[in-house]
Design a binder for this molecule. Structure first.
Ligand SMILES: Nc1ncnc2c1ncn2[C@@H]1O[C@H](COP(=O)(O)OP(=O)(O)O)[C@@H](O)[C@H]1O
Ligand SMILES: [Mg+2]
Length: 259
């Protein structure tokens, strides 16, 4: 089934109880993401970007509000963690800044491991994993243990693993955060290709402002609030708003360099 809106977030709030205090991390956030969009979420460190992604992923029940993913109300219709985990495995591929590997397994085994857990035949899994590794230009490294590979190579294997279930949506939480310039560009280009050629919806958090040029939609968060949604035509305004934020922010906190 085709969904024009792949993700819909309605009045989402999230607070964490720390000691006797409630910390409001997400404050009444609403937006939607269209099928085929390339969304980049930006905002200073600690503003709630990862929490928002976790909430979208079904990993972090919101304090109030709804997440509707492919027409399913994630926390109401998929009420248990198991149901949400199954849903995630079917529809979402995830890449973090740093990957968790099963250390005793080779790269290809790490890529198809999630599929085997779903009960598929090993030969089929291996074949699919080869296809995915080829897609990210890592087939020749398939028998290396991931930790023997460079950071950039590991992120490509992580992307292959994220793609193994042919997900509708790829979510990245600073997937280039630990990489040198060239490796970062390579990963970004893979995300762009997946979006443009395979029509995968991409939702990504990044600190690299250069990458905003690749976004079809940019969502700017500040202190748990959504402070701007920008389309490609709004890029000049986005650059201005980010600059304004930096200037305003400098006087408040000299140590904060990130956006
Ligand atoms: N499990 C948690 N318990 C308490 N506070 C948390 C938890 N997760 C995140 N936070 C707090 O929420 C805020 C936002 O965190 P996060 O979403 O990781 O920000 P970002 O990804 O934008 O850097 C931070 O102040 C962080 O300390
Ligand atoms: Mg984060």
């Amino acid at each position: 089934m085709e969904y024009t809106k792949i993700v819909q977030i309605n009045n989402l709030t999230k607070s964490f109880r720390v000691g006797s205090q409630d910390i409001n991390v997400l404050k009444n956030i609403s937006f939607s993401i269209s099928n085929g969009d390339f969304v980049i979420i930006v905002g200073p460190s600690g503003c709630g970007k990862s929490t928002l992604l976790h909430t979208i992923l079904g990993l972090e029940p919101p304090t109030s509000g709804d997440v509707i993913f492919l027409g399913r109300n994630v926390y109401r219709e998929l009420a248990t963690e198991d149901e949400r985990s199954d849903f995630r495995k079917k529809h979402i591929g995830m890449v973090y800044q740093q990957s968790n590997w099963v250390k005793a397994l080779t790269s290809i085994e790490n890529v198809f491991f999630p599929l085997m857990l779903m009960g598929y035949d090993e030969e089929l899994c291996r074949q699919k994993a080869e296809d995915m590794l080829k897609k990210v230009n890592m087939l020749e490294w398939k028998d290396f243990i991931p930790t023997e590979l460079s950071g950039g190579q590991q992120q490509k294997v992580a992307l292959a693993r994220a793609l193994i279930n042919n997900p509708d949506v790829i979510i990245g939480d600073e997937p280039t955060g630990n990489l040198d310039y060239a490796s970062g560009e390579e990963i970004m280009n893979l995300f762009i290709e997946l979006n443009s050629k395979e029509k995968k919806t991409v939702i990504m958090v990044t600190h690299n402002l250069d990458y905003l040029n690749y976004a079809k939609t940019t969502i700017r968060l500040f202190d748990g609030q959504l402070v701007g949604i920008y389309k490609e035509k709004d890029r000049k305004q986005l650059a201005k708003d980010i600059e304004k934020f930096k200037l305003g922010n400098k006087s408040q906190n000299k140590n904060e360099k990130s956006i």
